[in-house]
Design a protein around this ligand. Structure first.
Ligand SMILES: C[S@@+](CC[C@H](N)C(=O)[O-])C[C@H]1O[C@@H](n2cnc3c(N)ncnc32)[C@H](O)[C@@H]1O
Length: 358
């Protein structure tokens, strides 16, 4: 007679899972409150005013004390702020300021939390494409996505693009200083384009994106920065671009979103001068799934499921590389597109920066 072993129920594992799920559900519930705190300036006022009661914070921000007290209580339970029962005051620890009260910080959380709201809003559409297998174009998402994306990526570009990434490319900084021609593909709101234009006054820039409202926002930003004479933005799909003579072609967080990354890169190769460079910035990823099972991979796989994979599947070919493609796959795509050189030039915990040469 054979007996089947009944798996033991491990209470310790159950308790750990309960803690984990309660923590995650608490974070999901509380993320809308982070947006409230951002919009009403509650975190900044906590930072500027030091430890304060709900009434003091409400007075400082022109909000209603009863709501503020409830919000503060959630924030204290979240561990985002501290509470002193003796004085009934709440405070934002100095170590939390870069996450919640400094928009210029590289670890500001508002881009991520705003993006979470977009993912929730788009969930019914994404549930549907799971069944049909169809794509969902970048332009078909909740319209808050585009400004959220700009806000999410801006701090990293501000911190690294001019200081680290361009200098890491062979000979490119010198060309830009001397007056190079640059194309920024899938430029969105043009933040990367404008940062480079401000840093290199002798160079000229053109940003391309197929999404009309993003290009309109980019044009306004260039005009506000007084750069319209040498920074232009055009509505164009990357696959249809023509022209040549560019010293530098940049692709910030967009190649994996495209349906035909091989076709696009092959087209972009022809835009370059013989000695030109293509800078491809992609989300940080290792090559195997098991290496990406970490907090950053978790966020990127969520964005990839909800945004990047459907965006690619909505376009011709629909390769759907995903946001966690990794270096081996990106090298294979670049090689297939005809680039003879490919190397990882720089990286941050959030991005990989590749240098491609024709
Ligand atoms: C994740 S967003 C990145 C935007 C911007 N580069 C940034 O880093 O903030 C991807 C961008 O690629 C654009 N895009 C996607 N497919 C495209 C295509 N085939 N041609 C041109 N732009 C495309 C989208 O409209 C979107 O603005």
């Amino acid at each position: 007679m054979t007996t089947t072993a009944v798996p033991q129920f491990d209470q310790t594992k159950f308790d750990a899972a309960l803690g984990r799920f309660l923590g995650d559900a608490g974070a999901a519930f509380s993320s809308a409150l982070v947006l409230v705190g951002d919009k009403l300036g509650l975190y900044k006022a906590l930072n500027e005013g030091g430890a304060q009661t709900a009434r003091q914070l409400a007075e400082r921000t022109g909000t209603h004390e009863r709501y503020v007290r409830e919000w503060l209580s959630n924030q204290a339970a979240s561990g985002y702020i501290t509470y002193d029962p003796e004085t009934r005051t709440f405070a934002l620890p100095a170590e939390h300021v870069p996450f919640l009260a400094d928009d210029t910080s590289e670890v500001t959380m508002f881009g991520l939390f705003s993006m979470a709201a977009v993912l929730f809003a788009d969930e019914p559409k994404i549930t549907e494409v799971f069944k049909t297998g169809q794509g969902l174009g970048w332009h078909e998402h909740d319209q808050r996505l585009f400004a959220c994306t700009e806000r999410l990526f801006r701090p990293g570009y501000r911190a690294h693009l001019v200081a680290d990434w361009i200098p890491a490319l062979d000979g490119v900084a010198a060309k830009l200083r001397a007056g190079a021609r640059v194309a920024d593909i899938g430029c969105g709101f043009g933040t990367s384009t404008i940062l480079m234009a401000n840093a290199y006054p002798a160079a000229s820039f053109v940003g391309y994106d197929y999404h009309v409202p993003s290009i309109e926002a980019a044009r306004s930003a260039a005009s506000a920065a007084g750069l319209s004479d040498r920074v232009t933005f055009e509505v164009a799909s990357a696959r249809d671009l023509s022209g040549d003579g560019f010293d530098l072609v940049c692709c910030f967080d967009c190649i994996h979103d495209m349906g035909d990354p091989v076709g696009v890169l092959s087209r972009l190769r022809r835009l370059l001068k013989q000695d030109g460079t293509l800078m491809m910035v992609e989300p940080f990823a290792s090559d195997t799934l098991e290496e990406n099972l970490n907090p950053i991979g978790r966020i990127f796989y969520a964005a990839s499921t909800m945004l990047c994979t459907p965006a690619s599947r909505a376009q011709e070919v629909g390769l759907a590389l995903g946001a966690q493609a990794g270096e081996i796959k990106m090298r294979a795509v670049a090689t297939e597109a005809g680039f003879s050189k490919f190397r990882r030039a720089s990286e941050t915990p959030f991005n990989l920066v590749y240098e491609l040469r024709p």
